[in-house]
Unconditional design. Structure first.
Length: 200
C-alpha cells in the first residue's frame, strides 16, 4: 500500500454550549495533491437549528472544494435563504503557488503563526450569511514553511488566544492542552478550535 505524505496536520477541539445537546458549529477539512481547504461555520444562536444552518454551509463546501473562496461564500449565502443564518471562515492553502487565502464573515476568527512564533490575528468581515448580498474580502498572502493557523468560533475567548500553548508546533498538543485548560469551564457559546500546521 502506498502512503501519501500529509502536507498539512490538523487537530480539532469542539464542545457544545453548556446545557445544549447539539453544537451549532460545523467544520470540514480536506487535502488534495494541490491544495488544503478548511472551513468552520457557526449557525446563529445555538442548538438544533443553529446546527442545521452550519451543516448546510459545510455540505456546500465539501461538495465544491474546487470552487474559489468567493464562489463558495456566494453559494453558501444562497442556500441559507429562509434559514437561521451562519457565520463562516474558509482557509485555502495552495501548494503550487505557495500562497494561502482566507475569508471570514462574522465571529469566526483566524490566527496566523509563523515559524518564529509571531502571531497575527485577522479581523473578520462584518455580518453573517442569510441569503442577502454581503460584501466581503478575501485575504491572500505568502505561505511560509512550518506556518500555523488557528481557526476558531466565538466560544474561544481573547484570554484563550493569549496563552503560549497555541505557539506549540504540534497541533495535537495545542488541542489537548486547550481541552485540559477548558475542562470544567462553563462556556456560554459553542466552542470550536482548529489547529493547522503546514509541513512544507
Amino acid at each position: 500500500m502506498n502512503y501519501k505524505p500529509v502536507k498539512v496536520e490538523t487537530a480539532v477541539f469542539q464542545k457544545a454550549k453548556q446545557g445544549q445537546h447539539y453544537c451549532g458549529d460545523s467544520y470540514f477539512y480536506t487535502e488534495t495533491d494541490n491544495e488544503y481547504v478548511c472551513a468552520l461555520a457557526d449557525g446563529l444562536g445555538s442548538g438544533e437549528f443553529a446546527r442545521e444552518s452550519s451543516e448546510i454551509v459545510i455540505g456546500i463546501i465539501r461538495d465544491n472544494i474546487d470552487a474559489t473562496i468567493e464562489q463558495l461564500i456566494k453559494k453558501c449565502n444562497q442556500q441559507l435563504i429562509g434559514k437561521r443564518g451562519a457565520v463562516i471562515g474558509i482557509l485555502r492553502i495552495d501548494f503550487k503557488s505557495h500562497q494561502y487565502s482566507f475569508s471570514s464573515i462574522g465571529n469566526i476568527g483566524i490566527l496566523t503563526i509563523t515559524d518564529n512564533g509571531k502571531k497575527k490575528r485577522n479581523i473578520p468581515n462584518n455580518g453573517y450569511l442569510a441569503g442577502y448580498h454581503r460584501p466581503f474580502k478575501v485575504v491572500t498572502d505568502k505561505l511560509r514553511p512550518m506556518m500555523r493557523f488557528i481557526l476558531f468560533s466565538d466560544g474561544v475567548t481573547d484570554k484563550d488566544l493569549s496563552h503560549r500553548f497555541l505557539l506549540n508546533k504540534d497541533v495535537y498538543h495545542v488541542v489537548q492542552t486547550f481541552a485540559d485548560y477548558t475542562d470544567g469551564v462553563v462556556r456560554s457559546d459553542d466552542t470550536t478550535l482548529i489547529a493547522i500546521q503546514y509541513q512544507g
